[in-house]
Ligand binder design. Structure first.
Ligand SMILES: [Zn+2]
Ligand SMILES: [Zn+2]
Length: 226
């Protein structure tokens, strides 16, 4: 079952859906239902169950998912990756600078190791996506800082950007990433500046509610205040 907050509709803009669950570690997964459906982020280990429910409620079979994108390696975005890769047979993509953490070649930073330990995170072999690569109709933008390989996905026609943890949007207000879990705060600010040069209305963050209009204006205001 998919739990929705308040009046939230699953479809945020045409063919872009939020799959969301409430809870302590609540993070968002997004499903882009184009010709080759794309899943963006997979929440915590165990969350693959309701993500699969969400996929089927949208009329898709697991095998219809062509690509699973991890916006960054953190366990609240990659937790369901192993199981969902198995169930969907989709290609899993991640930026090269986070690849080692996802594949297990590099250890998680200490704090994340402690957080991840009880969940038994399973590593996954992934393919690389880099700046300016296309995933469906979305272009990859490298937005490092929160993690070295954090990426955002941007579609200029739909005027939408999916940012992972580059930003948070609690109650539709823009906030920076969690300071505790952000590896390079200066670089994270630069990445916010970088995406604020683009043109978009909609911001979909890894945590919080969708910002459905005025996204770039809100982001520039936020950026100037910092
Ligand atoms: Zn994160
Ligand atoms: Zn997160």
């Amino acid at each position: 079952m998919i739990l929705l907050k308040g009046d939230e509709n699953l479809e945020i803009v045409k063919n872009v859906h939020l799959i969301e669950k409430k809870g302590v570690h609540a993070s968002n997964a997004y499903l882009i239902c184009e010709d080759d459906p794309i899943l963006v982020d997979t929440c915590m280990p165990g969350d693959e169950k309701w993500i699969l429910d969400g996929i089927s409620e949208l009329g898709l079979k697991p095998g219809d998912i062509s690509t699973i994108v991890a916006t960054h390696f953190h366990i609240d975005h990659t937790g369901g990756l192993f199981e969902l890769k198995e169930r969907t047979n989709a290609k899993v993509v991640v930026h090269p600078d986070d690849m080692g953490f996802v594949s297990g070649k590099m250890d998680f930073p200490f704090l994340l190791r402690v957080v991840a330990m009880p969940y038994g995170f399973k590593h996954v072999q992934a393919d690389a996506v880099c700046e300016n690569d296309m995933i469906g109709n979305f272009i990859v933008i490298h937005t490092p800082g929160h993690t070295p390989g954090s990426i955002s996905l941007y579609n200029s026609d739909k005027k939408i950007i999916i940012v992972g943890d580059v930003l948070r949007s609690p109650d539709r207000k823009i906030k920076g990433p969690s300071r505790l879990f952000t590896m390079d705060k200066k670089q994270a600010k630069e990445s916010v500046k970088k995406i604020s040069q683009l043109d978009f209305e909609v911001i979909l963050a890894g945590h919080g509610e969708p910002i459905k209009s005025n996204g770039v204006k809100m982001l520039r205001d936020f950026s100037h205040r910092k």
